[in-house]
Design a protein. Structure first.
Length: 289
């Protein structure tokens, strides 16, 4: 099979140390993403161009952001030890802090029932995947993981999941209240492509996986066949999502985490957003609550 290759275009203006977690809110036409170590939640609009609207400083690391049911209420974020609310005035309020063993929280998304799933990262086997319920209670969905990363719901009972060091995309069977009843490999990501990081799913059930160290996003069929690669002029590709009114623009976050000043200068687009027209459409995000 011939693999299609597409070139992503970089967006100047906002350079993150470690960009992550892009999410597009169709109710407000806002694109959000985070800069994890800087503790920033960035807000932009795509429109006919790209407009950076605002950056919220949360005061600590922030690794994921999801919209609330009512856009006027702001967002919920994955913070260093758990979950916090971020309102539109910039006030951060802790909701639950279940994580005190691993280094910090990492990627996350909401499920169809209004719960926010986010995992942590740390030394091998010390991290977990959590679900924050709409009522603010938190449960451990998976323990014994290392670098909890991408999530994408295939349907209400099945979610694709990445624990990066496994070099796999797994399929979890889950209940509405966040219990994982089965975990099995969906497909392996070939080592030469890079490490699987964040991901998103399109309307046809194909998975778009960010490849950390691989300078690309790859589109996989559910059986693991590589269909498309999106080349990104940055080695550390962290996550992706579909955005815009028709959810047809792939937005990609990248990182310059752990770069020396020399490498940062030599790879000037690392840490920037990238956009790509990939001939696919995404799905609107599930909302917290």
């Amino acid at each position: 099979m011939c693999v299609v290759t597409i070139l992503a275009r970089p967006i100047a203006g906002v350079r993150s140390e470690h960009g992550e977690g892009p999410v597009y809110d169709p109710l407000t036409d806002e694109l959000l993403w985070v800069d994890i170590p800087a503790g920033l939640v960035n807000v932009a609009r795509l429109g006919p161009g790209f407009e950076h609207v605002r950056s919220y400083a949360t005061g600590d690391v922030v690794s994921a952001v999801v919209p609330r049911r009512d856009p006027a209420d702001g967002w919920v974020v994955a913070s260093r030890h758990g979950f916090s609310a971020l309102d539109r005035s910039g006030v951060v309020t802790a909701i639950a802090e279940p994580e005190h063993t691993a280094d910090r929280m990492n990627d996350g998304k909401c499920d169809p029932f209004g719960g926010f799933w986010a995992g942590s990262m740390g030394p091998e086997g010390t991290a977990s995947l959590y679900r924050l319920a709409p009522d603010g209670t938190c449960r451990t969905a998976l323990a014994g993981v290392t670098t909890s990363n991408g999530l994408a719901w295939r349907d209400p009972e099945h979610v694709y999941y990445v624990d990066t060091p496994t070099r796999r995309v797994d399929l979890l069977t889950v209940t509405p209240n966040g219990a994982v009843t089965d975990r099995r490999p969906a497909f392996a990501v070939p080592a030469e492509l890079g490490l699987p990081d964040g991901l998103t799913i399109d309307v046809d059930g194909r998975l778009w996986v960010a490849l950390w160290g691989g300078g690309a996003v790859a589109c996989f069929a559910p059986d693991g066949t590589v269909l498309t690669t999106v080349d990104v002029d940055a080695a550390q590709v962290s996550c992706c999502t579909f955005a815009g009114p028709d959810l047809a623009t792939l937005v990609i976050t990248t990182s310059q985490e752990s770069y020396t000043p020399g490498r940062s200068a030599a790879e000037p687009w690392s840490g920037h957003l990238f956009l790509a027209d990939v001939g696919a459409r995404g799905l609107p995000p599930y909302r917290f609550g």
